[in-house]
Design a protein around this ligand. Structure first.
Ligand code: UTP
Length: 291
């Protein structure tokens, strides 16, 4: 497979599950401990060797662009106050000059449509797609694990991160059917969005990280509406799977669905407990709260 140099971050959704917090602020800027969700996911992509970061934004999302830019006044103040550690942190988090692109999805017509909006910026090469409301906690990020596994399969293959969920929840997710093992991955034989429990091909669900071939854009260009009258990425992947192989990687690490309130709160607790600077005091507070 050609190297994966570019990643798409779709951030144009309305974030209705977090209203009123997301009325004026993008969901992707909600912090998990002290880093916005989108920063966590960009960090994961950088760790995986991604060189170009493509954000598909919408109205009210300008602050995401500002977040990935320099803030001269703040930097000058930190310098004056000799806050070297804070200054270094800000500079470390910044993708290099010219390595970000922002395009707009003018209407939130669905994830498939958001991905299609990035077609000119991606061009004719395979790319990574990371949903910023999914965080995976592991030393080696989920995307790095996928890129390593993808290097074992050739040509125009597609790779999706999958994980097991309890059978009674399969109707809330995109579910895959799996076939033969291929290295650390499985061949995907079927993909179905939110199947009734008794029709789900397995309890392995699609988890917000993808490596896709550029041919997906031709399928998305047809603009076919699916569930919820949205242009669904899963529908386009089902079409592409008729022509190209799809593999599923059961990644290592714990995932958090930060698009839901409980998942977001759990992520905050889990990430705080991993932080040597706050974990001891935070653990004490948690003990008190839990009685
Ligand atoms: P979600 O459906 O989880 O996000 O999409 P949402 O629509 O913002 O949230 P709720 O359901 O109303 O609370 C997953 C990701 O895809 C992006 C979202 O921004 C989110 O990061 N997305 C979704 C788009 O960019 N465009 C869309 O049309 C839909």
């Amino acid at each position: 497979m050609k190297p994966i140099r570019k990643a798409i971050f779709p951030v144009a959704g309305l974030g209705t599950r977090f209203l009123p917090a997301t009325k004026a602020m993008p969901k992707e800027m909600l912090p998990v401990v002290d880093r916005p969700l989108i920063q966590h996911v960009v960090d994961e992509a950088r760790q995986a060797g991604i060189e170009h970061f493509i954000f598909v934004t919408g109205r009210n999302k300008g602050v995401i662009e500002d977040h990935f830019d320099r803030q001269f006044e703040l930097e000058a103040t930190l310098k004056d106050r000799k806050k070297k550690a804070d200054l270094t942190l800000l500079q470390q988090d910044l993708p290099g000059p010219g390595s970000t692109s922002f395009t707009r999805q003018q209407e939130p017509l669905g994830l498939g449509h958001a991905v299609w909006c990035a077609r000119e910026l991606v061009g004719d090469e395979p790319f990574a797609l990371l949903l910023p409301d999914v965080l995976v906690q592991h030393e080696t990020g989920c995307l790095a694990q996928m890129i390593a596994a993808a290097s074992e399969v050739g040509g125009r293959s597609n790779v999706i991160a999958v994980e097991e969920v309890p059978h009674e929840r399969v109707d809330q997710y995109g579910v895959v059917g799996i076939g033969a093992k291929r290295g650390k991955m499985f061949t995907i034989t079927e993909m179905v969005e939110k199947p009734p429990r008794d029709q789900a091909p397995s309890n392995l669900t699609i988890t917000g990280r993808y490596i896709l071939q550029p041919e997906i854009f031709n399928i998305l260009a047809e603009g076919k509406r699916g569930a919820g009258n949205e242009i669904q990425l899963t529908d386009a992947m089902v079409e592409l799977a008729k022509k190209q192989p799809f593999y599923g990687l059961k990644f290592e690490g714990k995932s958090f669905d930060c698009g839901s309130k409980v998942g977001f709160l759990a992520a905050n607790v889990a990430y705080a407990l991993q932080r040597p600077d706050i974990a001891p005091a935070f653990r004490e507070e948690l003990k008190k709260l839990l009685g």
